[in-house]
Design a protein. Sequence first.
Length: 266
Amino acid sequence: MRLRAPGRGGRWLPVVPLAAVMLAAGCAAHVGGAAQPSPSPKPRSLARQTVNHVLLNDTALARIVKQPLDIDPRFPPRFGGPEELQDAGTALPDGCLGVAAMLQQNVYPASDIEQVAVETWRHAAAPTAVTGVREAAVSLPTAADADALFAAFSQQWQECDGATTSLPAGVFRLKGTISHVQVSPSVLAATVAIGWTTPKSEPNPDPDGVRTLRAVGVRNNCLVEVEVDVFNPSRPPGHLAGESHAIDHSATDIASAMLEKVDALI
């Protein structure tokens, strides 16, 4: 900054260089040419070591599902790379297993996966409507990679609306019938009615018995996946309609809360 000779009042007046004014206005000066806008900063990506911080804790989850939850000791929290994806190996040729079940290898390009964090919760007291919650965060190299994968998921989920697919199982062969697929710019949702068969019986999905509420969301370079397992969702006497509504939207509410955490971490 230079000082100009005193004016009539005897005060020295500052003279600010033109380049400084242009930079303050968001422009970059080029010698011998017109001022050009400064390049916009590239979208920041979620760092690998922070992916597990996207997951919600028991307090946040309990607030959404309206009941207390505990970590399921049968499925300890996991944090790692593509090896944390699931290889069920039971999908039918319809390709809809990725809608009905989380983190399936056949829907993720393993070469693009950087980190995966997973936690599984179960109900802390019985009887209860929500029997379990599973949440996961998956980081990819760039936001463009995550957006492209989410777009592929959106198409797949819409094509699978009304389809029945095999599910990972033990003695019984589980089937999932997919319905109520909803697609928005950042969150997908679906309901999966669970049925089971023995070697001599036909699939018998029971929409009023066991169902899984599914959601997938995208933000920056991160995808989030949610499963909420619901048993006997029919409202018992005295059950509040607001609680039933909260359960029906719990998977998408959890996914949205996780996306907010992504924003806070980058």
